[in-house]
Design a protein around this ligand. Structure first.
Ligand code: ZN
Length: 62
């Protein structure tokens, strides 16, 4: 099985989006469908693994 491009799926809405070759581990990418940000946590020539990017939460302190 030979794939020219690696495809990743949005963890929220399951939309597939294309992975750019120049992405590296730690890259943040946004789903074009729902806007959820994903972080590249693992990348090899044939596979990629995304995780939800940590959301910047407003912290009002206590
Ligand atoms: Zn999405």
């Amino acid at each position: 099985m030979t794939l020219a491009t690696t495809v990743a799926s949005c963890l929220v809405c399951d939309t597939e989006f294309e992975v750019r070759e120049d992405w590296e581990k730690g890259e943040i990418t946004e789903c074009g469908a729902c806007g959820q940000e994903h972080e590249v946590v693992e990348k090899s020539a044939t596979a990629i693994r995304l995780d939800l990017a940590p959301e910047v939460e407003e912290d009002w302190g206590e």
